[in-house]
Ligand binder design. Structure first.
Ligand SMILES: Nc1nc2c(ncn2[C@@H]2O[C@H](COP(=O)(O)OP(=O)(O)OP(=O)(O)O)[C@@H](O)[C@H]2O)c(=O)[nH]1
Ligand SMILES: [Mg+2]
Length: 200
């Protein structure tokens, strides 16, 4: 099993033209602004502030790359935040679309959804994009600590309907506060990296 604690920041890209060719398979973290992408990366790597976290949505405005042993973690800027300027939104779209348009070595996309609410229209658009283009992906349901047991069960049941078009998608409830779910996610990432390398 990979030691996720040995993670290091490599670089940030603010424009897709700044993206470097991949030298390692990439595990990509995608989700709407403020959903907890950076917090998940910090929890998986056991670091307080490897990826920057903020109470202000729209914190991650660049694509940030972190290396962990044989693979890279890619922190995407969040989509769907209403309060940034149109120009800023266009730059984010250019960045995210530009990233996926490149022929990158993506071994897994970790799509993050707030467990308290049904997926937003933007979430569904993103999941649709991943599904229809055949990207390997899992869904991490974050902020689990904000739900009690009954609420948790209700949300899981509802998600079965909300995500019924994407059969076979694995769901991982997770909390960046309690770290519940972190080990399962790490095992899944590890397996995706190994499967990807064995295919090559
Ligand atoms: N209670 C709780 N709060 C969380 C959890 N994950 C993230 N948060 C909080 O949610 C806020 C946003 O977290 P980030 O990790 O910065 O979210 P992000 O998706 O990287 O946001 P952008 O970079 O803006 O796209 C912060 O205040 C976090 O502390 C969680 O599992 N539980
Ligand atoms: Mg972030």
């Amino acid at each position: 099993m990979t030691d996720f604690n040995k993670a290091e920041f490599i670089y940030s890209a603010g424009l897709s033209s700044q993206l470097r060719e991949c030298d390692k398979p990439e595990v990509v973290f995608s989700g709407r602004s403020n959903v907890g992408k950076s917090s998940l990366i910090n929890k998986l790597t056991n670091r307080k502030s490897l990826a920057r976290v903020s109470a202000t949505p729209g914190k991650t405005a660049t694509i940030n790359f972190f290396d962990v042993d044989t693979f890279s973690l890619v922190d995407l800027p969040g989509y769907g935040y209403a309060k940034v300027s149109k120009i800023e939104k266009q730059r984010w779209a250019e960045l995210i679309e530009g990233y996926f348009a490149q022929n990158r070595s993506i071994c897994l996309v970790v799509q993050i959804v707030d467990m308290r609410h049904p997926p937003t229209k933007d979430d569904i658009d993103m999941i649709d994009f991943l599904f229809s283009n055949g990207y390997p992906f899992i869904i991490v349901l974050t902020k689990l600590d904000k739900l009690n047991k009954t609420q948790k069960e209700e949300r899981i049941e509802s998600l079965m309907y909300e995500l019924s078009d994407y059969e076979g998608t694995m769901l991982f409830p997770f909390s960046a506060v309690t770290a519940e779910g972190a080990d399962e996610i790490k095992v899944t990432i590890d397996k995706a990296v190994n499967d990807y390398m064995n295919e090559e």
